[in-house]
Design a protein around this ligand. Structure first.
Ligand SMILES: O=C(O)C(=O)C[C@H](O)[C@H](O)CO
Ligand SMILES: [Mg+2]
Length: 403
């Protein structure tokens, strides 16, 4: 059996922080897993180094399910983003090792390809509607079949989703959290106009998506969903904070705009009611934050029974290791919907050489064995950790809001 003989955590910051677990086996094979939790990176690094790695040494690397259960049940303290990102990193690295030993790209071990490629959506954003649509036209010209639209809100500075750079989005921009201003009224007045202008400019052959980023109440979300209906969005994402799953019933009662939710979910228990009651259309849980490939497959199988499709989170704070894992999952899962894709910078790609590639609006994980991604430790060492926080948002009267 391939025994786990060593494991280490590598923290690197090629423009943004990434946490990577590397596991080595007695067969001379190694695997990698992403453990990045934006703004709280070192908590996961410590969880792995101080609490998980000592328990891994000597175990059979092939026993992926047993090791998952051992780390989940064995901790006694269940769930939460830190625990589940750590478990995800172990799980992903073990799948990488298993596939390398089998001599196959990972998707073959997950049942083989269900489709020729993975449809992705890119991010078009801008301070104004015009700027957003100019950027959207560039994505359309590059062959993207789906584009997320986020635009500045007149009267508000620095809203979520509007980047300083045209194509690279990095919200964790401060040594301490930066503060932005929020007004639901101003946002609800401006968002439908973006979609109306987008259909005029881009036509109807491209999917359009939008991320509300947890900033509305259910009834406000119902109103926005209704206002967007004439423009047929592919989805409205994270319309409200989803801790209270039953609140999605209110949104559903008011709109047929498809609903996506779940980038902050860690486990199947975060979306059980949402899926069972068919309150959503897409579940956005992803490999790194939801316990790895093993647990994400469980969520997807459950979702499939209830006509819910996948739409994995794929922002740049998820490393290329997570992106590769997501693509193997996406290619093999029957109820795949769409995959988010924000390109990483050249510096990040140099740290994480990878086999996945983009063509005609689709990504493909490639045919390299395992995940088809690795970490170049020499490159990684050139970029030491730099503390960075996600922003926070306050309403016009100074009270805290969701960012
Ligand atoms: O990509 C998205 O849909 C996001 O909402 C991005 C998140 O804000 C980001 O991953 C937070 O770290
Ligand atoms: Mg989102």
């Amino acid at each position: 059996m391939p025994k786990i003989i060593a494991a280490k955590v590598i923290v690197t910051c090629p423009g943004r922080n990434f946490v990577t677990l590397k596991i080595e086996t007695s067969d001379g094979v190694h695997g990698v897993g992403d453990a990045t939790l934006n703004g709280r990176e070192l908590a996961v690094a410590s969880y792995l180094t101080d609490h998980v790695i000592p328990c891994l040494i000597g175990r059979d690397a092939h026993q992926i399910e047993d090791i998952w259960q051992y780390l989940y049940r064995g901790a006694y303290w269940r769930r939460g983003p830190v625990t589940m990102a750590a478990i995800a990193a172990v799980d992903t690295a073990l799948w990488d090792i298993k596939a390398k030993i089998a001599g196959l790209p990972l998707y073959q071990l997950l049942g083989g390809a269900c489709r020729t490629g993975v449809m992705v959506y890119g991010h078009a954003n801008g301070a104004t509607v015009e700027e957003t649509l100019e950027n959207a036209a560039i994505y359309a010209a590059q062959g993207y079949k789906a584009i997320r639209l986020q635009s500045g809100v007149p009267g508000l500075k620095g809203v979520y989703g509007v980047s300083k750079d045209r194509f690279f989005y990095e919200p964790a921009d401060g040594d301490l959290p930066t503060e932005s201003l929020w007004s639901t009224e101003k946002y609800l007045r401006s968002a439908p106009g973006l979609f109306e202008a987008a259909r005029d400019a881009l036509g109807w052959d491209v999917h359009l998506l939008h991320d509300v980023h947890h900033r509305l109440t259910p009834i406000e979300a119902g109103r926005l969903g209704k206002d967007l209906e004439p423009y047929r969005p592919f989805w409205m994402e994270d319309a409200v904070p989803a801790e209270n799953q039953a609140s999605f019933r209110i949104i559903r009662q008011h709109t047929t705009t498809p609903l996506a939710v779940g980038e902050v979910f860690n486990s199947i228990w975060d979306c059980k009611q949402l899926i069972e009651e068919q309150l959503i259309d897409y579940v956005r849980a992803t490999v790194v934050h939801a316990g790895g490939i093993t647990h994400l497959r469980r969520i997807a199988s459950f979702a499939d029974l209830h006509h819910v499709r996948t739409g994995c989170h794929g922002a740049t704070d998820l490393s290329p290791v997570c992106m590769a894992a997501a693509l193997h999952f996406d290619l093999s899962v029957p109820n795949f919907g769409i995959q988010e894709y924000m390109r990483h910078t050249e510096a990040t790609d140099a740290v994480f050489p990878h086999a996945y590639s983009f063509a005609d609006g689709m990504l493909h994980p490639g045919e390299a064995i395992g995940l088809g991604v690795d970490i170049d430790e020499v490159e990684a060492a050139k970029h030491p950790y730099k503390r960075a926080y996600l922003p926070i948002a306050r309403r016009e009267d100074g009270s805290m809001h969701d960012w």
